[in-house]
Ligand binder design. Sequence first.
Ligand SMILES: [Zn+2]
Ligand SMILES: [Zn+2]
Ligand SMILES: [Zn+2]
Length: 424
Amino acid sequence: MNGASSKLCFYCVEYKKVAKDYPLNYAFVDHEEITPRCYLHWQYECSNCKNMTHFNGIAWCSDCKEFTCLSCADEHMVKKKFLVYDYYYTIDCKKCNKPNPALDYAEFEGSHPFQIGNLVPIEDVVVWMPIHPEEAVSDQFPNPTWGANRVENMGNINTITRLESLEKADPKSVWDANAPNWAKNWSEGGDFNHKYFIIPEVLRLLDVKEAEKVLDVACGEGTVARHLANKGARVTGIDYSNMIDYATKRECEERSGINYLKSDSLKISETFGKESFDKIVCNMALMDIENYKSLLKQISEVLRESGTFVFSITHPCFAVPTTTTVRIPKDSQRNEDKIRIVKNYFEKKPTLVQGKSGSVNLLYFQRTISDYINALQEVNMVITEMSEPQASEELKEKFPRDTYLDMELVPYFLIVKVKKASEL
Ligand SMILES: [Zn+2]
Ligand SMILES: [Zn+2]
Ligand SMILES: [Zn+2]
C-alpha cells in the first residue's frame, strides 16, 4: 500500500467549502492527478460483482451489511440539495431490495458504514460526523465547485454571467461602453479573427457587384461597409450604438460614398421601403440582438426578391457562451492544454461575457442552430450556403499560436448565406 501523499483530498477540500467543520484528509497516493483522493473518497468493493466503484456510485445496506454498486441493481434519482449538489441517487440493495443512498449522500446524512460503525476503515482517515447537516448545503447553485464549474474555475479567462433580466446590461449601453476601446484597439481591417476568418468569407458569400445597393445592418465602426464600398457597391450602414460615430468620422476624413445612419436596426422596415436592397449583410451582430426574429422579418422586407443576405455569428456550438475554454495548467502556453467545455447549448438567458480588463464586454443572446434556421424559414428566406472557417495550412504556418491545435480543430464562427425566396 502506498503511503499518504502531501496533497489534500479533492473531495475533502471541496466539501469543506460548504461544511465548515469538514475534516481534511490527505490523498493516499502521490501522483499528478488533478483530483487526488483520500481512502474515504476512493472506491468500495461491490459485494455482488466484486468491482471497485467510485464512492458516489455504490451504496451500503446496513440491514444486509453489503455494498451494491450501480451496475448491479436499479437506481433512482432524488432531487434534494446537499453539499454542492442538487440531487443524489439511491441504489436498491441486491439482497433485500431496500433503496440505500450512494455513499456521497450517505456520508452527508450520517449513514456511511464508517460513521455508523458497520465498518472500520483500515486506512488512516478522519471521518466527518455531520452535526448540523442543514448548514452544509450550498445556497448557491450551480456552486462554483460543482461539475464543469470546478474545472472552469481552474483557469478561466472570461467571466460569464447568465442574466435574469436586461436591467443591468442592455445591448446599446454595452456597445457604447465598448466603443472607445474598440475603436482604439481595432486595427485596420479588423482583429485577427475578422481579418483571416470572418471578413474573407463574408465577402466571398456576399459577392457584391459594382453599383449594387447593399445594407450593412449593425455596421459598427464600418470595416465591412468600407470593404463593400471598395468593391463599388452603394453601401448604407446602420447602427444605433456610438460605434457608428467612428465610421462617420472616418467617412468625413476619407470619403468612400457610404451613407451612415445612427438608428435602430430594428426600425429598418420603417426607414427603408420594401425591396430597397440587392444585398444585406449583418456581420457579427445577430447574436447580440435580442429580437432577432423581428430583425430577420424586416431584413426580408427591405431585401429584393432573390436578393442575398449574409450574416456571421459566433458559432452557436463551439464559441462563448456555449463553450468556454480553460487551460490546465492555467499558465501553460501550449494549445494542447486548452480544454473546451460545452456548458449549455440550450441556455437561452442573455449572457454577459466580461473579458480581461481593458478588453470589450459582450452581451450574447444564445440560440441554437435550429432557432436560426427556423426563424429564416418563417420569413421566406432559404439558406444556400454555410461556412465554418477552419485554419488553413498557410495560416497555421504564419500564426501557429492562434491556429495550431486550435482554430484548425474547431470553428469559432458561423457564416450563413441566405436567399430571399419568391413570394408563394
Ligand atoms: Zn476525502
Ligand atoms: Zn456490483
Ligand atoms: Zn439489504
